[in-house]
Design a protein around this ligand. Structure first.
Ligand SMILES: [Zn+2]
Length: 276
């Protein structure tokens, strides 16, 4: 039954495909996802070890397959880290991944690299050659990087809790276009206030987002919804960072989330068509 329901969702997302190559997203857990378009495969926030007794962890079988580079995690081109909190990033696990999967490039805030440096050995120097560090702060202009098959655009948006809490966290939002076809926006733990997105209007107007992956709290406020619809121009949005309790006991889920598309279960997925 569950499989049948997923198929219905996939068909709905594919309705506009009309022969164009589709892009797929597979949910890992919390804010971890894999995006695939053609031969290009990327992971966001895939390795972390703290659930804070609230969020789902990536199942062991999936994690093992990521480290081993086994299908569907074979041929991963790049990994993106939004910020260095324990429910998004584990320094030791990311270092291990770079040691074991030598074709993977890493895009990450400087704060996460600092943690990786602390546990790396002199033998690990080579892995840091595959790391692109974003040392950007709130208010800085967006940064652009090109890699084979990928256009990577990074902008620092404050972590939720702004302006009173967690203001020292480098939270990077990545807008990534795969094979000049599909654009995905991963917001990390961005604060859902309009003011953060009004500052870079030209940047956000430059490209339509085919799939936005906001933390679920974007659906809880008018600002969050306006950001997705009118500021970042998201055609599809699927909420992430959803507490496990929302699916275990649906009555605990805030009413504003009813009818919204959310990722709950590791392994579930969607397909969509790029418009770039
Ligand atoms: Zn966080």
């Amino acid at each position: 039954m569950k499989r049948a329901m997923q198929c219905v969702i996939l068909v709905a997302f594919c309705a506009t495909a009309a022969g164009r190559e589709t892009t797929s997203v597979q949910y890992l857990a919390n804010e971890g996802v894999m995006i695939t378009h053609g031969d290009t495969k990327i992971l966001f926030d895939p390795l972390f070890d703290n659930s804070y007794n609230r969020y789902r962890l990536v199942p062991d079988k999936m994690r093992d397959a990521i480290f081993a580079g086994q299908a569907p995690y074979d041929g991963v081109d790049a990994v993106f880290i939004s910020h260095s909190h324990g429910d998004h990033f584990s320094a030791s696990e990311v270092v291990r991944l770079l040691r074991e999967r030598q074709q993977i490039l890493l895009y990450t805030p400087a704060q996460a690299v600092a943690e990786m440096r602390q546990i790396a050995t002199p033998d690990d120097e080579a892995i840091f050659e595959r790391v692109t560090t974003f040392d950007i702060e709130y208010g800085d202009t967006p940064v652009f990087v090109r890699q084979d098959g990928l256009l990577i655009e990074a902008l620092c948006i404050p972590h939720a809790g702004w302006p009173t809490a967690r203001t020292d966290v480098q939270n990077i939002t990545f807008r990534v276009t795969l094979e000049d076809a599909s654009t995905v926006l991963h917001l990390g733990d961005a604060d859902a206030r309009l003011v953060h997105f009004e500052q870079d209007e030209a940047y956000w107007d430059e490209r339509q987002i085919d799939l936005a992956l906001p933390p679920y709290w974007f659906f809880l406020s008018e600002d969050g919804r306006e950001i997705l619809d009118d500021r970042v121009h998201a055609r599809n949005s699927v909420g992430i960072h959803v507490p496990a309790q929302f699916s275990e006991d649906p009555s605990s889920m805030p009413g504003e989330l009813l009818g919204e598309d959310l990722f709950h279960q590791p392994g579930e997925g969607r397909r969509f068509t790029g418009t770039q």
